[in-house]
Design a protein. Structure first.
Length: 325
């Protein structure tokens, strides 16, 4: 009789393990993060702890890498820029949901030139060397900005550069302009290297979206809602107390071995964006327009995503109802 009970217990264990149910279980979350304002505040503030989430955090350097991490299942939830989101939904939309917003605001994308340079507008940079991250939301915003001013990217010498490369290029004088998102522009200002020539606030809102796998969301909705609620708590901190949020940014950068600037620099950088979880209709429309722009310019190839099945603003709204703060 005892052997029979043992056999039943072992059989049940096999069923749970083979079906992907872990005993650490419903509270386990593989979370992807980058050194963006929202993710840094979320991580350093440990906002997931009050929700009992067992967080397995993985660091990615770019939104493009984060996109691939979500698609391949290396992480279950991640903050992905608007352009990498468009690409992800073209490549694997049938497997993904968009479940929230990390931040938005085109003013965070800024065109920086040397402090003592003679440039006054975008046309002054025609034929000049410009550092920007190709494939980013900032890059698409730049293309739209050029459209507005009757210019094309072929009229500039584009250098595909990451954040540290862009700062170094400005320091060394190997480019005439850096086009990047916060906090890089504020860092360049604080170093006394650059001033703003323009920003893209009047061109785009460029939201950053929260992406997850459909299978994970459908099977682990409880922990997904908790994680989004915790993330929203971190957003509230940025919106309500930028100085304290900025100090968290300084602390996590130090923990990652990066020499940050003063917290006032990051507080200033935060002022260029709005940090809130709901997927407002205008932000959903921005994503659809971003996809159309990329498709029209031949930057992505494939059928338009099935927006009705992919976009899940209801999940963000449900997460807001269980917030602890």
């Amino acid at each position: 009789m005892k052997k029979s009970k043992l056999f039943i217990v072992l059989a049940l264990l096999f069923v749970f393990v083979s079906s992907g149910v872990a005993f650490a279980g419903s509270n386990a979350m593989k979370f992807g993060y980058r050194l963006t304002m929202t993710s840094m505040v979320f991580m350093q503030g440990k906002y997931w702890k009050p929700y009992g989430i067992e967080l397995d955090a993985k660091l990615f350097s770019t939104g493009i890498e984060m996109r691939e991490g979500v698609i391949t299942g290396k992480v279950n939830l991640g903050e992905v820029g608007i352009t990498p989101t468009s690409v992800a939904l073209t490549k694997a939309g049938k497997d993904l949901y968009v479940v929230g917003v990390g931040e938005y605001g085109g003013g965070k994308y800024r065109m920086m030139v040397k402090k003592d340079s003679p440039y006054h507008n975008i046309k002054d940079l025609v034929g000049k060397r410009v550092a920007i991250k190709i494939g980013s939301g900032c890059y698409v915003a730049f293309l739209l900005y050029l459209d507005k001013h009757g210019l094309t990217e072929k009229q500039f010498k584009i250098l595909n550069a990451g954040d540290t490369e862009s700062i170094a290029a400005m320091e060394q004088g190997s480019v005439e302009a850096v086009i990047y998102w916060e906090p890089i522009p504020s860092v360049l200002e604080a170093k006394g290297l650059a001033r703003e020539l323009a920003n893209f606030a009047d061109v785009v809102r460029n939201p950053v979206f929260m992406l997850t796998q459909r299978k994970f969301a459908d099977e682990n909705k409880n922990v997904l809602l908790k994680t989004l609620a915790a993330f929203s708590d971190a957003q509230d901190m940025i919106m309500n107390d930028r100085n304290q949020a900025a100090q968290l940014v300084v602390d996590i950068l130090s923990a990652h071995g990066q020499k940050g600037m003063g917290s006032d620099i990051y507080a200033r950088a935060m002022s260029h964006s709005t940090y809130t979880l709901p997927m407002k209709p205008m932000l959903i429309n921005d994503l659809k327009e971003n996809w159309k722009t990329l498709s029209k310019k031949g930057k992505i190839k494939g059928s338009e995503p099935d927006w009705n099945s992919i976009l899940r603003p209801d999940i963000a709204e449900e997460a807001l109802k269980i917030k602890k703060k």
